[in-house]
Design a binder for this molecule. Structure first.
Ligand code: ZN
Length: 880
């Protein structure tokens, strides 16, 4: 492996040197204490190099006393102790921040001691404590409304939207600007389109209703593709338990954590029960431990995964015990696994940690149970260790570190237990043993030696897709850790574990994670040579302060830093509109109006509510605004020239989604909270509004208006089979045309999505053969003259968005299903008369919500940098 020369990592850190306090000589410190600041808060990211006498009392009391020092700028009364970790002479106390009694998302602070009794000294402290919070902690949004907004805005598939469950909500403060008060609301079910478990926490602003985050509660591992037939693993020793009836069950009481009441390892056999039954914490009633008439658990238990899960859990327990940890929670709580779940009776070739237990699918035609991979077992259980230590948030960079640590420890456990040398080509592979026939390198889910580095390999997902990048970006961080292990050996496990349990906090980015590892090395007393090796490993993977600024693009930024995950632009002539909060995300989103030609956008909305879904024609801007006090959405309008204030065009009792406008008419979609259906409404001037999808079982989504007409996607179900077609409503005549289904070539009806309008045409994407790739169709407003601009053939499309003018169609298209930068949605154009597709921009990351106005200027939300911006180009890049 070749090493890139080190580029002065120390100089790149923003260090403010502080002198030691008078009268407290740094007897054991290497130099003066260093204080590293953190943007956006007065509390330092880290204070290190201290050697100050600790206050008397237990570690929590002494830590709180230390944090009263003025250098920390925080109030210890806002700290709740979470854990005290002892590692040899080191003791670390981890606190959670609260604000007016509510938890602060990601707010944690740690204090480090060395020694005991009268010799105990404080060696440092750090973390993330938000000193600038001023948010009012009284909610104005009801929990019911929060649940309805979560279904409308955060669940896209109609069947899934109807079938998911929403749990009890709790209040939390999100660390955006002065703080956002949010309802945290669990949403669970099965994604009916992807046939995958769905479980996330929705965070809905409890003052104004804006959806702020959706964070997965399942840490899922999906295997790569492959094919093959049965294979068998080796015979493994198991600790089992003989019951009074003489049978043996997968209950391990042989570990040191067993105290006569708790501290077992239990492995349950779901016996093919549906995975949807296992989302609640703990084990559902009726699920039995894997059992056998003799102590030798037979081949059925190998196929189910019970043998491997039970044996592997013991190995993982012993590994963490070697690092000084009793069980996943560090307190010796019983460790739970469930094997042999299915998805609707079909093989579930996946595994996840749900916060309390490991859940594994059974074997299938292609894969063994994922429990057959000791690295996978180690990976899943490490998620449990992380939950009970730094609790790294499962989105963005902290989510990638979470996944990276799970991979690192999963692989470290496997190479240790199986005796695989670090130099072996399989050592760095994760999940290489779960395939029945594929060779390891083809079977593996990830490779920690894949040489990914920032900025070049950062997966540029936008804020709308925060969970998506956690697996793909993980090897950037885990690769650095694995490099360290390749050079410094198994002692690296101790280093990484100490960084996780004593230095990292939930919202750490890559640079914070590097600092945590480097601080742990210092605390362990590692040599200068070893610390240089660590620095080089992170440098080699590009992890250094400010790496995000090195990402390039070929577009011009209109709005820097979009903080609303649902921000959508519109363009008319030289003007654009978009909904966005302040760059720190602290303010309720307002409508911004700007000129593509230049200049800063101005705030155009005049209310303090959540403003969303703006559309602009030449004359006026129309958008939605939710008034939480009145618990109603309003469709409001204001002249583009700002010559008059906002006026309310319609008041809607149920949550509104997309808004449309043209001439004197407006349209909108709204969520019927009783039928759990989305309906499309239209309203002309002072006339009463008309529901275009009033029939039970009929839904309408995505209204678009142009030239006196409205189109939307009309959806209905027939014995569980989905039908969808474009429908067009003529505002002047009231004529409502539901287009016929495009003829299907397979057993299922064709799918039509994302219809849009020009002055003479309706355009949409249609899938006629059920492969979920789509052609592009154009027809007259009455449905006649159906023309395929892109056929639904071998080169069919993966659509994400569309906009059209009378000359050109602008398309948002994914390039493949696997999450890579190349496959994320990109913007294309083609003539309305048909022709080749042209790339609008060569930006490497996600190009999501788009608007093209008359077709000559395209604006879109872009995640190519490690943030999301509104950007534009006035001519296509052509080929990339
Ligand atoms: Zn994972």
């Amino acid at each position: 492996m070749s090493w890139r020369p080190i580029t002065s990592a120390a100089a790149a850190l923003s260090l403010a040197l502080a002198v030691p306090l008078a009268g407290q000589p740094p007897a054991h410190a290497a130099g003066p204490p260093e204080i590293e600041a953190r943007a956006g808060t007065e509390a330092p990211a880290e204070v290190r190099g201290l050697a100050e006498p600790a206050a008397a009392g237990d570690p929590v009391t002494a830590a709180k006393a230390h944090l009263t020092d003025a250098r920390y700028n925080l109030d210890p009364a806002d700290l709740t102790p979470l854990q005290t970790v002892t590692d040899g002479a080191d003791t670390t106390v981890r606190f959670a921040q609260s604000y007016r009694g509510l938890p602060v998302f990601g707010g944690q602070y740690l204090v480090h001691f060395r020694g005991t009794g009268a010799d105990r000294q404080v060696t440092g402290a750090g973390g993330r404590f938000l000193t600038e919070l001023t948010v009012d902690t009284t909610p104005r949004l009801t929990q019911e409304r929060a649940a309805a907004i979560a279904r409308l805005r955060l669940v896209t598939d109609p069947l899934t939207r109807k079938s998911v469950k929403t749990g009890a909500a709790s209040l939390i403060v999100l660390p955006d600007g002065p703080g956002r008060l949010a309802w945290k609301l669990p949403v669970t079910g099965i994604d009916q389109a992807k046939k995958q478990p769905l479980a996330f926490d929705a965070y809905i602003d409890a003052h104004n209703g804006q959806p702020l985050r959706a964070i997965s509660r399942l840490q899922m591992e999906g295997p790569a593709t492959g094919s093959g037939t049965s294979a068998r693993g080796p015979v493994l020793p198991l600790n089992v338990y003989q019951r009074a009836d003489g049978r043996y069950e997968a209950r391990d009481r042989a570990r040191p954590m067993w105290n006569g009441t708790t501290g077992e390892i239990l492995t349950y056999d779901a016996a093919g029960r549906h995975v949807g039954d296992f989302f609640e914490p703990g084990i559902p009633a009726g699920t039995r431990l894997a059992e056998s008439p003799t102590p030798a658990f037979g081949p059925a238990h190998t196929e189910s995964g019970a043998v491997d899960a039970h044996w592997g859990t013991g190995k993982v327990y012993e590994f963490y015990r070697g690092l000084g940890r009793e069980g996943l929670d560090g307190k010796g709580a019983t460790m739970l696994s469930v094997v042999n779940v299915t998805i609707f009776g079909q093989p579930f070739e996946n595994a996840f940690w749900d916060g309390t237990k490991m859940v594994y699918g059974g074997g299938g035609p292609t894969y063994r149970s994922l429990a057959a991979g000791l690295d996978v077992v180690g990976h899943e259980m490490t998620h449990g260790v992380i939950t009970h230590s730094a609790d790294l948030a499962y989105l963005g960079q902290s989510g990638a570190i979470n996944e990276g640590l799970a991979d690192y420890f999963g692989n470290a456990i496997e190479v240790g237990v199986l005796g695989i040398p670090m130099s072996h080509p399989d050592a760095s592979l994760l999940g290489e043993r779960i395939c029945k026939t594929l060779p390891p390198a083809e079977c593996a889910i990830r490779d920690l030696d894949d040489d990914r580095a920032v900025p070049k390999d950062w997966l540029g997902v936008s804020i709308a897709f925060d969970n998506g990048g956690v697996h793909l970006n993980s090897t950037i961080f885990s690769g650095a850790l694995w490099d360290i292990r390749e050079h410094l050996g198994g002692k690296t496990d101790k280093l990484v574990y100490k960084a996780l349990t004593e230095y990292m906090t939930p919202l750490d980015g890559f640079t914070d994670g590097r600092r945590a590892v480097e601080s742990a090395a210092r605390a362990l007393g590692w040599s200068q040579h070893e610390r240089r090796t660590i620095a080089r490993a992170f440098e080699r993977h590009g992890i250094r302060p400010g790496w995000e600024r090195a990402l390039r693009s070929d577009s011009r930024v209109l709005v820097d830093t979009l903080t609303s995950p649902i921000a959508t632009p519109d363009v008319a002539g030289d003007r654009y509109v978009i909904d966005n909060s302040s760059p720190d995300g602290g303010e309720p989103p307002s409508i911004l109006l700007g000129r593509i030609g230049g200049g800063k956008p101005a705030r155009f909305s005049q209310n303090a509510h959540w403003n969303y879904s703006p559309v602009i024609d030449g004359e006026r801007v129309v958008w939605g605004a939710y008034d939480a006090g009145a618990n109603t959405d309003r469709i409001v309008s204001r002249p583009v020239d700002g010559s008059a204030p906002e006026t309310v065009l319609a008041t809607v009792a149920t949550p509104v989604g997309v808004v449309a406008a043209a001439g004197p008419a407006i349209g909108w979609e709204t969520f019927d909270t009783t039928a759990l259906e989305i309906e499309v409404w239209v309203k002309k001037g002072a006339d009463p509004p008309v529901n275009l999808t009033a029939e039970t079982g009929v839904e309408g989504v995505g209204p678009v208006m142009k030239g006196g007409k409205l189109t939307y996607r009309r959806i209905w179900f027939d014995n569980g089979t989905m039908h969808s077609v474009p429908a067009i409503y003529d505002v002047a005549t009231g004529k409502h045309t539901v287009l016929p289904e495009v003829p299907s070539t397979g057993p299922d009806p064709s799918l039509s999505v994302l219809p849009t309008l020009t002055s003479k045409h309706v355009l949409w994407y249609a899938d006629t053969d059920g492969d979920f790739t789509f052609g592009l169709v154009r027809a007259a407003h009455d449905g006649s003259g159906l023309t395929w601009l892109v056929p639904d053939g071998p080169r069919a499309l993966l659509p994400s968005r569309i906009d059209a003018s009378d000359g050109v169609v602008t398309l948002g298209l994914r390039q493949g299903e696997v999450l890579t930068n190349e496959n994320l949605p990109k913007v294309f154009q083609l003539p309305l008369t048909g022709g080749p597709l042209t790339r609008v921009s060569c930006n490497r990351g996600e190009q999501l919500a788009l608007a093209s106005g008359d077709g000559s200027r395209v604006a879109w939300t872009d995640g190519s940098s490690a943030q999301t911006d509104l950007v534009y180009r006035d001519r296509p890049a052509g080929r990339c």
